[in-house]
Each structure stands twice: as structure tokens, then as C-alpha cells.
Write a protein that binds this ligand. Structure first.
Ligand SMILES: Cc1cc2nc3c(=O)[nH]c(=O)nc-3n(C[C@H](O)[C@H](O)[C@H](O)COP(=O)(O)OP(=O)(O)OC[C@H]3O[C@@H](n4cnc5c(N)ncnc54)[C@H](O)[C@@H]3O)c2cc1C
Length: 385
């Protein structure tokens, strides 16, 4: 078991704090919310149970444009312009009209944090919420009570500040991967029932290591043996395990006065389980709403309503991907193989990839101009049309 960088024993002093904005969770979603608030002069408190960048939560592959637009180039380890897909029948190459990059989680989080201006950071374990009302919302942490009128749950799939969603009944997938040292040229996927009955396997090279794992859409299916089998097949070492649940259905973007962004709101694309850029995307939208409240141009109730509407406007895209997730494991292998092969051919391939990128487009990440007219700056969906 790795020893995580956190506060232990006497260092876990009592914490009784009040801020303008409390961001719970300091991974992709939480840091993107705080980054969006960097220039608004508010007191922003970010809380996580570990140090920033301490616990890698994924294989860390994302469209390169997202990393570049967020100013995270220094985290990029390796870039790919195609994906090699293995099905039961054949291996095909999917050329992608843009690139994906694997990146270093710690460097990424530290670079995001460096863009969060005067935001404060504390290590604490969030345990639940206090009463909601017109005034500050209380949040219970293991070190004390934290209060803020604006609270964001960016705590991942557990949605600690909302109503419980527990596996295996909850709409969650399972993900498990290993990180052996090594190298490779190709980003590879296995969409093959012999590898995992419902889901897919992956091998993502990242400079000096390769991230090999299995995602199962069926939360009851344990993925350890499938992961070990894929690791053996790729002739790698089963070392450096990391796994987690992955939400595959949208959840409400707000609940009882609290904003939810990233996995806590189910902002992870079904079928692909890609949740990093969507965590950034919805967190930016959330941050833009909070900014308007802090500037006095909107009240919290209006911001909650607008953010909910923004999330809901994307529901059809997530629903379509969820239907695909249901369909893929049920397709006869020859049909699946034919569809995978056709998806690699032009112009269909480019068409599909461009639409896939538009679920959370990278141009959303560009910083809002400092003196933007209120109407342009205040529309979280301006770039998402
Ligand atoms: C094995 C695996 C591989 C994946 N690979 C990819 C990939 O390559 N590309 C991709 O786009 N997506 C991938 N995903 C999905 C992706 O990891 C998530 O969608 C993404 O991490 C969501 O970001 P988030 O900020 O919402 O939540 P998280 O990244 O889960 O962050 C939650 C944060 O909250 C903190 N926290 C949690 N509970 C508490 C608490 N009680 N108190 C205080 N702090 C707490 C955690 O320490 C963490 O910092 C993968 C998922 C898995 C499981």
C-alpha cells in the first residue's frame, strides 16, 4: 500500500474556517473551479484529503488541445494521433483528427494550482454537509466545520455532499490499471468480450511507463483477473495498481444549494469513461457561475438554476453515449468488428471524432477576457454551442 502525502497525527490540527467559496476536492474538477475564480478577489478555500497531485485518479489521457488551452503543456508525456483498436476479429487503426496526450498527474495538478491565484488549500477529509439555507453552508470535515455561501462538491464518484450513490446498485463502472515502467508507440484499446465481457481494455504509454487497465460497465464484474490477463498479454509487469469507480450516468448538477462538478455529477462520458476533460469543462462552467455571484450580478439561487440548466442541456449527449455503452457488449462480434473497421475510415472517422470532441470542446478552456462584457462573460455555454 503506498503511503499518501497527507497530514497525520498532531499535524491534523482543528480547522474552523469560513470562506467566500469552498471547493471540496483538489483534482481535475476542483482545481478547474478554483482556477476560474483566480481573478475575482474572493476568498477561495480548496480542501482535499491528500496533498495536491498526490493520488493519481486515472490513466491521465486527454485531448492535447485541452491540456494546451489550460496551460498544462509541461505535464504532457506522450502524444498520439491514432488509436489502435483490437476486436475479436481484427486489429484496426483509428486515425484521430486531433491528438490525445498522456500526462503526469502531479505536474498537471500543481500547474493548475499555480493558476489558482490567492486560493488557499487545506488538507482535510470531508465527511458530509451541514444545513442548507440562505446563509453560509456548513460542511463537516474531520478537522472541523467549514463554511461558505458557495460550496462545490468536486470529490469524485462518492458525491460526499449529496445523497449517497453506492455500488453495485449505482450506475457506476469499474476501472483498474497498473503502471509498469516501459515504453510504447501506440495508444491501444481492446473491445473484445474475451478481454472483458462488457467494457474495454487499454494500454496508454506515458514516456517511461505504460498504463494498462480494464474498465467494466458492469459494476458486479470484478476486473482484477481481466487486468492481470491483459497485462500478461502485453508482456508487462503488474505493478503500481490504481483503481476506482467511474460514474456512467449524469447526476443532478446541484442539490440543496451545493454545486457538483466532475465525477460527483456523473460528468464522465459513458462508453469511453473519459472524465478528465468533462470534469474541466463542467467545472469551468460552474466557476463562471460562481464568478457572477461573487461580482454581485447574480444570486446563488439563479446561479444554481443556470448551472443545472447547463448540465441538463448536455444530457442528450451523455444519454446517447450511454445507449452506445449498452449496445456495444451486446453486438455480435462480426457486427462490432465491421463497425470498428468502418469507424477508422474517412470521412466517417473524422465526423465521429469531431462530434465526440464537441461533447466538451477544448475552446471552452480559454480564459475569459478580464474586461469581457457582462453578457459574454456570464454565459457559461457561450463556447459550447
Ligand atoms: C482506472 C481509471 C482510469 C481512467 N483513465 C482515464 C483517462 O485516461 N482519461 C480520462 O479522461 N478519464 C479517465 N478516467 C476517469 C477519470 O479518472 C475521472 O472521470 C476524473 O478523475 C474525474 O475527476 P474529478 O476531479 O471529478 O474526480 P477525482 O479525480 O476522483 O478527484 C476527487 C478528489 O477528491 C478528493 N476526495 C475524495 N473524497 C474526499 C473526501 N471525503 N474528503 C476530501 N477529499 C476527498 C480526492 O482525493 C481527489 O483529489 C479513469 C478512471 C479510472 C478509474
Amino acid at each position: 500500500m503506498p503511503v499518501r502525502e497527507t497530514l497525520r497525527g498532531g499535524a491534523r490540527t482543528p480547522l474552523d474556517d469560513e470562506a467566500d467559496v469552498l471547493v471540496c476536492g483538489a483534482s481535475f474538477a476542483g482545481l478547474a473551479v478554483a482556477r476560474e475564480l483566480r481573478a475575482c478577489g474572493a476568498d477561495v478555500l480548496v480542501v482535499d484529503r491528500y496533498e495536491i497531485g498526490e493520488r493519481q485518479t486515472s490513466a491521465c489521457a486527454a485531448p492535447t488541445a485541452w491540456l494546451v488551452n489550460l496551460g498544462l503543456e509541461e505535464a504532457i508525456l506522450q502524444t498520439f494521433d491514432e488509436i489502435v483498436v483490437h476486436t475479436a476479429r481484427a486489429t484496426v487503426r483509428w486515425p484521430v483528427p486531433y491528438t490525445f496526450s498522456t500526462f503526469d498527474y502531479r505536474v498537471c495538478c500543481e500547474a493548475l494550482w499555480a493558476q489558482c491565484g490567492a486560493a488557499r488549500f487545506e488538507i482535510a477529509k470531508i465527511e458530509g454537509r451541514g444545513a442548507a439555507g440562505a446563509g453560509p453552508i456548513g460542511v463537516a470535515a474531520d478537522r472541523g466545520i467549514l463554511r461558505a455561501p458557495l460550496v462545490v462538491d468536486a470529490l469524485g464518484w462518492r458525491r460526499v455532499l449529496g445523497r449517497g450513490v453506492q455500488p453495485p446498485e449505482a450506475p457506476l463502472s469499474r476501472g483498474l490499471e497498473v503502471h509498469p515502467s516501459g515504453s510504447g508507440d501506440a495508444m491501444e484499446l481492446w473491445i473484445d468480450r474475451a478481454v472483458v465481457p462488457a467494457g474495454y481494455g487499454w494500454s496508454f504509454p506515458a514516456a517511461s511507463e505504460v498504463r494498462v487497465g480494464i474498465g467494466s460497465y458492469d459494476p458486479r464484474h470484478h476486473v482484477k483477473q481481466d487486468t492481470l490477463d491483459l497485462v500478461e498479454h502485453t508482456r508487462r509487469e503488474p505493478v503500481g495498481y490504481q483503481g476506482n469507480w467511474i460514474p456512467h450516468a449524469l447526476r443532478p448538477g446541484t442539490e440543496e444549494g451545493i454545486f457538483f462538478a466532475g465525477d460527483s455529477a456523473g460528468h464522465c462520458i459513458p462508453t469511453s469513461a473519459e472524465g478528465i476533460r468533462t470534469a474541466w469543462y463542467f467545472a469551468i462552467a460552474c466557476g463562471r457561475e460562481l464568478r457572477e455571484v461573487l461580482a454581485g450580478r447574480r444570486d446563488r439561487a439563479e446561479a444554481l438554476r443556470r448551472y443545472d440548466a447547463f448540465t441538463a442541456a448536455h444530457a442528450w449527449k451523455f444519454d446517447a453515449m450511454l445507449r452506445l455503452q449498452w449496445l456495444v457488449p451486446r453486438m455480435p462480434p462480426p457486427v462490432l468488428g465491421a463497425i470498428v473497421a468502418a469507424s477508422g475510415r474517412q470521412p466517417l472517422g473524422d465526423f465521429l471524432w469531431e462530434h465526440y470532441l464537441r461533447i466538451a470542446p477544448p475552446d471552452f478552456a480559454l480564459p475569459a477576457p478580464a474586461s469581457a462584457p457582462a453578457s459574454a462573460a456570464s454565459d457559461p455555454g457561450a463556447a459550447a454551442a
